[in-house]
Design a protein around this ligand. Structure first.
Ligand code: GLV
Ligand code: MN
Ligand code: MN
Length: 433
């Protein structure tokens, strides 16, 4: 459907109520507004994210979907076929948590578009031969417990359950404690690689986090790959002391070493073609204006298409940070917190979906997604929706109303093909493990 012919409000089509992406996003536009940072702060299991979860469950139930939440906090809303088995389901959805001060679209656009796609498929009279599951994954951003895509990583066995449950938030609460407080049983948390392998396909719609679609003058694209990326914590230890009584020559100030390490990350990444290196978070301990810190933790995000280059770059950061720390009378320790190899989505699935959306360009992305984690277990595809600002992880992230609706229509088109096609035609490989 042409973008300018996509309705942007809820409509009735053949007596089926079809919500619009814009109206559903409007429902949640006040949830998690961050008055200090701007944008939205919706960390997993915060009151904002819980409100979003409750809203999602209400929307799923309104559509007669069967809702279940697993121990790690993944919500699944099932549209079951009138007959047939419950295996072989098509999965779609995204996440509702956000980075601190994030935009309105990263995550929610995929969830909301999935709900609208269900409406559209019903309005079209589609009778699925396999179930559709709309999923909300917990802690995709890793902004509370530090590890991105935590829920999907647990399901995929990409992080040990013990390690996941022991992760702590900034208040010192473990993921296990937070799960328990929210009515989940951490003892029931386990990977489900067999369940993932049973899935027919996973399609995640996401706002584009760059400006390729603007330049291509297209509303939607299919995804090809996700840049390998990881997170490392650099802890710089010095001597905590008094800002007024400690002479400059007597200091072992980890903040100074940390500042130099931030520059080193930037410089080393610039020296490595194709690399991205970022320090977006830095935490002095104890953190007082008139206190020389005793320790500074900073978190380094490094990305490159070749995992071996990412790792080599991180080793150079480790060596450089060690030298800088020693020069400042401090010590530095670098610890890997998570790593995701470069992921190429299933080419057979993409080829098939490209036949459904022949005009859609195929784009890679530098952003991480649950789709990147699940791709190791299930044929996975992504759909990107144009973002006119090209900005993301910021309040300026945006999708125009017509593009947002066009994204849901495109998602419905893909899902229709996957829900009604033969399981092996035009040849999706069935996974055996
Ligand atoms: C998540 O959006 C990431 O790319 O870190
Ligand atoms: Mn994000
Ligand atoms: Mn996202």
């Amino acid at each position: 459907m042409a973008v300018d012919s996509v309705p942007v409000g809820p409509v009735r089509i053949d007596s089926v109520h079809v919500d619009s992406v814009v109206s559903l996003l409007g429902d949640i536009q006040r949830i998690g507004v961050d008055r200090v940072r701007g944008g939205y702060s919706r960390p997993v299991f915060s009151s904002a994210e819980l409100d979003l979860r409750a809203w999602f469950v209400g929307q799923a139930e309104r559509r007669g979907l069967d809702v279940e939440t697993d121990a790690v906090g993944t919500i699944r809303a099932w549209w079951k076929p009138a007959s047939g088995s419950l295996g072989d389901a098509v999965l779609t959805g995204s996440h509702l948590d956000s980075v601190p001060g994030g935009g309105a679209y990263d995550g929610p656009l995929g969830v909301v578009s999935a709900l609208v796609a269900v409406d559209l498929l019903r309005a079209r009279g589609v009778e699925p031969v396999r179930p559709l599951v709309v999923a909300v994954f917990p802690e995709e951003e890793g902004s509370r417990f530090g590890v991105a895509c935590l829920g999907s990583r647990v399901l995929a066995g990409a992080i040990s359950v013990d390690r996941a449950l022991a992760l702590r938030d900034s208040e010192g609460d473990t993921f296990a404690e937070v799960l328990t407080r929210n009515g989940h049983d951490p003892r029931a948390v386990r990977p489900d690689t067999a369940g993932l392998a049973d899935l027919h396909a996973f399609v995640e719609l996401h706002v584009e986090q760059g400006r390729a679609l603007v330049d291509l003058d297209q509303a939607v694209a299919l995804g090809s790959s996700i840049l390998g990326h990881g997170r490392w914590r650099l802890s710089v230890e010095g001597q905590g002391n008094h800002a007024g009584t400690t002479l400059m020559r007597d200091r072992r100030d980890p903040m100074v070493a940390a500042a130099r390490a931030v520059q080193a990350v930037r410089d080393l990444a610039r020296d490595t073609p194709g690399a991205r290196g970022t320090v977006g978070r830095l935490q002095p301990v104890p953190g007082g204006t008139n206190v020389i810190a005793s320790r500074v933790d900073l978190w380094i995000d490094v990305r490159h298409p070749l995992d071996v280059v990412t790792r080599a770059l991180v080793e150079r950061v480790r060596a450089e940070a060690g030298t800088i720390a020693a020069e400042e009378g401090c010590t530095a320790t670098l610890t890997e917190e998570s790593f995701s190899a470069t992921t190429h989505f299933d080419p057979v699935l993409r080829e098939r979906l490209h036949r459904v959306l022949p005009d859609a360009p195929v784009l890679d992305t530098g952003a991480g997604h649950d789709a990147g984690v699940l791709a190791a277990h299930v044929p996975t595809a992504m759909l990107f929706v144009r973002n006119p600002t090209g900005i993301s992880h910021s309040p300026e992230e945006y999708a125009a109303d017509g593009d947002a609706e066009a994204g849901a229509v495109a998602l419905a088109d893909l899902l229709e093909d996957l829900l009604t096609g033969e399981s092996d035609a035009p040849s999706l490989p069935r996974r055996t493990a």
